[in-house]
Design a protein around this ligand. Structure first.
Ligand code: GLC
Length: 548
């Protein structure tokens, strides 16, 4: 399967479908819904971690890479899922969390017991002075990134939660352990891997960062390319059928040319996040600012063109389990819910790259409707609720920021039906179901031929049918326009124009390109006239195609 023609569907198993009524989604629940994913047309399912874990970070704190957390099911359930997916031509992509383990992992427990071999699996350092951590680095989840261990009078590094100690990749034994894990899952028939925050594994030096939070000392570090090539060679690279995607935190394009270059033998593609920071203030996420449309376009186009010029491949996406829902973020959940959800889908799915659809995105799921902090579960949100108040914000202002930016926005249960708990569970869901499940749910989307679901289905199909979408070059069109997101794709004698009104007001738009010969192959309004000057309706999206 050529991954340039494929679409990946991301599942957060905990919130996808609960098959046994305990309120948590599970692997059997995923198996039950394979026909739904088949219907959508996705080629791969990326499953976020379901390994044994204390679930401090919902499974991104792995205690045992070789076994399935009983909350999600058994190895037999996994094998059944793999078989059933295979019958439908769907491949599985697993999520490998190798920058850190859970503090409950056997390796870390042995390290804490003083076993030198295992201490060297992690990053322990002396403090700068009594009570002063080795560096001033800030954890991604807030607070200093070092935790003191009195028994050793040393600190260990945790770029994420204190329960997620960083692994020491400079130790070849750690690298061998990690390769072994990948090979284990390859033997189970897994055909894809997503590597969690993989560009953080090579730390440059342990020094105070006078200019920032420390990220420049551990992001895209000095040995990262070497480590990825080695992992490739020793594991997934041995099967040409396997696709890989690296989650690249605060990365640079120059590094991504190498991570995902067609000749670099590292990964098939990368996730980068710069385009999703356009509603931040610099790197500061916990603020309320409107999104910057000009910046959004610039970042996406720069990456699209840069990666194309260097023969490197992007994953393209709006949503995942760490992001708010895109229709709430850049669209309109009131008057133009359907139109804006389809428009946003158009922008992503006609780009150069492999599109990722996150569960619920294809039915236009929105941000949470939580009104109390007690309803939130995410460790990052709860930490920052406190940090914001420590900085002087009132509880209600802090809550407002959490409501907009919390990762829980993407983690409420999948809305299958308009019935109780949105058809996610017969029990009590681990996190609240959005009340709008009555209106926004898969059942009604499947019945409506004009639904968001069916629009995604068409976009996924178009990528298979039109080579220009999979292989074409990309050129921004009218980039300076304050409300239109437009670009041209071209490949051999094929041309495609994606024209999207990103806002809820009609605009008169004159196409700077020669529009002759183009015909509409998809749009989010029943019909549209294709001409040089067009009246684009609120959130209107047009996909135009010309051959020859
Ligand atoms: C990635 C995951 C996120 C997790 C973090 C630490 O960013 O997507 O959910 O919390 O890594 O593993």
């Amino acid at each position: 399967m050529d991954f340039r023609k494929c679409t990946v569907y991301q599942i957060y198993p905990k919130s996808f479908r609960d098959s046994n009524g305990d309120g948590l989604g599970d692997l059997k629940g995923v198996t039950q819904k394979l026909d739904y994913i088949k219907e959508l047309g996705a080629d791969y399912i990326w499953l976020t971690p379901f390994f044994v874990s204390p679930q401090k970070d919902n499974g991104y704190d792995v205690e045992d890479y070789y076994n399935i957390d009983p909350r999600y099911g058994t190895m037999e359930d996994f094998e059944e899922l793999a078989r059933e997916a295979d019958k439908r031509g769907i491949r599985l992509m697993l999520d490998m969390v190798f920058n850190h383990t859970s503090s409950r992992h056997e390796w870390f427990q042995k390290a804490l017991a003083g076993d030198e071999k295992y201490k060297n699996y992690y990053i322990f350092r002396k403090g700068k002075a009594p009570g002063v951590p080795p560096t001033n680095w800030v954890s991604k989840f807030g607070g200093n990134a070092w935790e003191y261990v009195p028994e050793f009078d040393e600190y260990y590094l945790h770029l994420f939660d204190v329960s997620q100690p960083d692994l020491n990749w400079d130790n070849p034994e750690v690298r061998r352990e990690v390769q072994k894990v990948v090979r284990f899952w390859m033997q189970k028939g897994v055909k894809g891997f997503r590597f969690d925050v993989i560009n953080l594994i090579s730390k440059e030096k342990f020094a105070d960062d006078e200019e920032g939070d420390g990220r420049r000392f551990y992001t895209d570090g000095p040995r990262i390319h070497e480590y990825l090539r080695e992992l490739n060679e020793e594991s997934f690279g041995q099967d040409a059928d396997i696709i890989t995607v690296g989650e690249m935190s605060s990365t640079t394009m120059e590094n991504c040319f190498r991570y995902a270059g067609s000749q670099s033998h590292e990964l098939s593609m990368v996730f980068s996040f710069h385009h999703l920071k356009v509603d931040f203030m610099g790197n500061e996420k916990w603020v309320l600012v409107p999104f910057d449309f000009a910046k959004l376009k610039k970042i996406l186009f720069d990456w699209q063109q840069g990666m194309a010029e260097h023969d490197a491949w992007n994953a393209v996406f709006w949503c995942n389990h760490d992001q708010p829902r895109v229709v709430s973020r850049f669209g309109n959940t009131e008057t133009y819910w359907k139109e804006s959800a389809k428009m946003l889908a158009t922008v992503i799915h006609c780009l150069r790259g492999t599109p990722y659809v996150y569960q619920g995105e294809e039915i236009g799921m929105t941000n949470v409707d939580f009104t109390k902090i007690g309803q939130f579960k995410d460790v990052e949100s709860l930490n920052y609720y406190q940090i914001l108040q420590d900085k002087g914000l009132s509880a209600s202002d802090a809550l407002r920021i959490i409501q907009i930016h919390s990762r829980d926005n993407g983690r409420t249960p999948m809305q299958w039906t308009g019935g109780e708990n949105g058809g996610f569970t017969e029990g009590t869901p681990w996190i609240g179901v959005n009340k709008n499940a009555e209106r926004i749910n898969a059942e009604s989307e499947l019945q409506d031929p004009d639904s968001i679901f069916h629009y995604y289905q068409k976009l996924i199909r178009l990528r298979k049918e039109y080579d220009v979408i999979a292989y074409g070059d990309i050129t921004p069109v009218d980039q300076g326009n304050p409300s239109v997101f437009a670009y041209r794709r071209s490949w051999q004698d094929e041309n495609l124009l994606a024209v999207c009104n990103f806002y809820g007001k009609p605009v008169t738009w004159t196409c700077p390109e020669d529009i002759k010969g183009y015909a509409r192959i998809l749009g989010n309004y029943p019909e549209a006239e294709v001409k040089e000057t067009m009246e684009l309706r609120p959130y209107e999206a047009l996909v135009l195609y010309r051959k020859g």
